[in-house]
Write a protein that binds this ligand. Sequence first.
Ligand code: MG
Length: 121
Amino acid sequence: MKYLVTDDSKMARKMLIKSLKELITNDIEIIEATNGQEAVELYKLHQPHICFMDLTMPVMDGFDAVKTICLYDNKAKVIVVSADIQDGSKQKARENGAIGFIKKPINAENLSTMLTQLELS
Ligand SMILES: [Mg+2]
């Protein structure tokens, strides 16, 4: 499985990758993007199975990146990972095509709950 991890914070990417590796023991390939623009480019290049997306990022934010990716691939599986848990933000992310939302900080437990809920684990 290929995962695209998008966050402008290196620490946040690290935590997500650590959680993924704790949960998934099979062969996994992880691609990292540091903003929405990079995520869109890397999505098209690698066609990852699951994409994790921060919201607040420079160049292109997560809302626009989710929208662009989901317009490009209507089967894209994008999960937003953000500290911004306002209902409006969750709703906007969902309208743009995100299939799930995880509140930061991420850990193996909340990641596992989400993947199980989405039947992606
Ligand atoms: Mg950020």
